[in-house]
Design a binder for this molecule. Structure first.
Ligand code: SAM
Ligand code: SF4
Length: 266
């Protein structure tokens, strides 16, 4: 499918939950969030039906994200349901990696092709502060488990404050080089202030070539991370929600005062 600016849209990023086992300082407020209730969150059957509708319209690339996708109960079953949909040529996940040690083999078996794992520093102490309580070793074990399970490629998402030359980023870069991992540097963004930039080594942030739509955990299709526009699948039906999101995808993002990374899916 093509939007009004003749961009081919083939990529759907799905936030499967707004919950997370970490509280990264740039993503979530310290004192928690208003969590969606069970009935607000899309069921796996609903997600699969939306993906089928999307695939019929031209989606062939799907990424599961969140919140933390691996804290959603039964996530392996969802991967299995999605991987059996004909027409998806790329099925991936973005995760903080903490639970990958537990899930990597099952995810691979269920049909997940590859993962991006978020890792901003290799300093245990800084990791704990940045994630408000996370254990670096768990994330590193998760990365290793993903590699061992044959999820390929394993890419590292590294959020930088200033540049990819800052000390933590250089150390992450070296770790990736040594371990055969690809790294992408994401500049820390602020949705409500409209601060966004191109992802180094990745595709995000390049409005002219944007190929994505987003599905939130509560069933809204969003045409752009930096826009408050959203189209409710439960109200409109999946096909119409896709159509309206496509028609109203802005040429370029501006700002979003309503959402945050954890509930839209970064
Ligand atoms: N919990 C998973 C994780 O951390 O990988 C998936 C969801 S997280 C919202 C997806 C990506 O968004 C992560 O790579 C994270 O680093 C990034 N992210 C979160 N807040 C951000 C911000 N303010 N600026 C830039 N990237 C951000
Ligand atoms: Fe959780 Fe990912 Fe946000 Fe960190 S970036 S708080 S791991 S959703």
């Amino acid at each position: 499918m093509f939007d009004c600016y003749n961009r081919k849209i083939n990529y759907l990023r799905i936030s499967v939950t707004d919950r997370c086992n970490l509280r990264c300082v740039y993503c979530m407020p310290e004192d928690g969030i208003r969590m969606l209730s069970h009935s607000e969150i899309l069921s796996f059957e609903e997600i699969a039906a939306i993906v089928r509708a999307g695939v019929a319209m031209g989606i062939d690339k799907v990424r599961l994200t969140g919140g933390e996708p691996l804290v959603r109960k039964g996530i392996v079953n969802l991967v299995e349901m999605l991987s059996s949909i004909d027409g998806i040529r790329d099925l991936s996940m973005t995760t903080n990696g903490i639970l990958l040690g537990q899930f990597a083999v099952a995810l691979k078996k269920a049909g997940l092709m590859r993962v991006n794992v978020s890792l901003d520093t290799l300093d245990e102490n800084k990791y704990r502060i940045l994630t408000r309580g996370g254990t670096l070793m768990k994330a590193l074990e998760g990365i290793q488990a993903a590699t061992d399970a044959g999820l390929k490629p394993v890419k590292i998402n590294c959020v930088v404050k200033g540049s990819s030359n800052e000390p933590d980023a250089l150390i992450v870069s070296e770790y990736c080089r040594k371990n055969g991992l690809e790294v992408r540097f994401i500049h820390q963004m602020n949705l409500s202030e409209g601060h966004f930039s191109v992802v180094e080594g990745g595709e995000g942030g390049d409005c002219a070539h944007c190929n994505r739509l987003r599905l939130t955990a509560s069933g809204k299709i969003m045409p752009c991370l930096f826009s408050e526009r959203e189209y409710d699948v439960r109200l409109l039906g999946a096909e119409e929600a896709f159509r309206q999101a496509l028609k109203n995808k802005p040429s370029c993002g501006s700002m979003n005062l309503k959402g945050e990374f954890y509930n839209i899916g970064g």
